[in-house]
Ligand binder design. Structure first.
Ligand SMILES: Nc1ncnc2c1ncn2[C@@H]1O[C@H](COP(=O)(O)OP(=O)(O)OP(=O)(O)O)[C@@H](O)[C@H]1O
Ligand SMILES: [Mg+2]
Length: 362
């Protein structure tokens, strides 16, 4: 799929901007702090409804204003798709082909983007929540119903934690929420496990290519409560884990076990990269994961995701830059960079260059 054009109103440092894009490659350039990442963020926002930079939506409203609006026109499967987000401090609306929605679940599965930024290069060694987010984001694209289940799980988790913070936690209430956690949690885990299995196969291939067969990458689902294929049995495992940790959780006033603690275990030649990997190995594995993400989206949806490379090429050596650029001939590409080096220009496909200066695009 491709994005043909975007309009921004009061979004970050853009008071009003409209720009049309190249179907193949778009280079976004300009000095630091001019709005390059902001533009990529706006594109990303139309796929997930959430930013990759902030949890506070308000931060995206231009200083001194009280709303923002972004509108994108896409082509997907040969058809036009219009996505618009309007957000004020009070409400947020998603408008898909003219129809208004308010739930994230309604936005799920429409626009596919893959972002690759310097933070993503650290996904292998970061805390587990980064890798959980990675799984959740992918499943948002691939399995819109997953998100509904995840929201249920999170709600039950918030409720259980609220009870745990009371002076005398009501154990009957805890049991009710534990039952909800077990049911939703088992479904969340089933999807995560299936996703990881597919990701593992793709990532192994990409890693073999990047390292010329020297490193065998494995990605395994690392669930604290233990994963089993049977959903009833899985629910029982979660229920038991929660019951077992209840006393401790009451003491610490927080739910210590369950799928909200899940992780991915990423190994090269059997060695846990998070603990023992070198910086180069972390980067290569992160690159493999990203490329695997692209190929998985293609395989499951038939669509090429829009690829957003935010300032990341300059952090990769020439070989890895080539690997990255040569592996997505069919994806529409956005590359932001403050410096257009000769080296970079040599590898980039032909496209359009957008110069950004103080929230204006020329
Ligand atoms: N809500 C907002 N209202 C107005 N301006 C904002 C808002 N949020 C961020 N900005 C401005 O946007 C600019 C940063 O934009 P952005 O992150 O896109 O820069 P960049 O071009 O990617 O820079 P770099 O090359 O350093 O990554 C800053 O000048 C910041 O003050
Ligand atoms: Mg930037």
């Amino acid at each position: 799929m491709i994005i043909n054009a975007i309009e921004l109103t009061n979004f970050r440092n853009y008071a009003g901007a409209a720009v049309s894009f190249d179907p193949a490659a778009n280079i976004v350039t300009g000095r630091n702090g001019q709005g390059k990442t902001n533009l990529l963020e706006a594109i990303y926002l139309m796929s997930l409804g959430k930013s990759f930079r902030t949890l506070k939506d308000e931060e995206m409203i231009r200083f001194g204003e009280d709303f923002f609006r972004i509108a994108g026109s896409f082509t997907k499967g040969g058809e036009a798709l219009a996505v618009e987000i309007r957000e004020s401090r009070r409400e947020k609306k998603f408008i898909l082909d003219g129809a208004e929605h308010r739930r994230y679940a309604d936005l799920a599965g429409h626009v596919y983007t893959v972002i690759f930024s310097p933070e993503d290069l650290r996904i292998v060694k970061e805390n587990p929540d980064k890798r959980r987010k990675f799984m959740d984001r992918e499943l948002f694209f691939l399995k819109p119903l997953y998100y509904v289940e995840l929201v249920r799980y999170r709600k039950a988790l918030r409720n259980r934690n609220a009870v745990l913070r009371e002076p005398n936690p009501n154990e009957d209430l805890l049991s009710i929420y534990e039952e909800q956690l077990a049911e939703s949690g088992a479904r969340v885990m089933r999807e995560r496990a299936a996703f990881t299995e597919k990701l593992d196969a793709r990532a192994r291939e990409t890693q073999e290519n990047i390292t010329s067969g020297a490193e065998r990458l494995t990605v395994a689902y690392d669930a604290g409560v233990g994963f089993v294929a049977d959903e009833q049995e899985q629910a029982r495992l979660i229920r038991e884990a929660l019951a077992q940790s209840r006393e401790k959780d009451i003491r610490n006033r927080i739910t210590s076990t369950g799928p909200h603690k899940d992780d991915l275990k990423i190994c090269a030649n059997g060695i846990d990269l998070r603990k023992y990997g070198s910086q180069g190995q972390h980067r290569t594995a992160a690159l493999s994961l990203k490329l695997a993400e692209l190929s998985l989206i293609k395989e499951e949806t038939g669509e090429d995701a829009i690829l957003l490379l935010d300032d990341v090429l300059s952090e990769l050596d020439e070989d890895r830059q080539k690997q990255l650029i040569s592996s997505f001939e069919s994806n529409q590409l956005f590359i932001s960079t403050a410096e257009l080096t000769d080296n970079l220009l040599r590898h980039l496909p032909a496209g359009k260059t957008h110069c950004v200066s103080e929230g204006r695009i020329v």
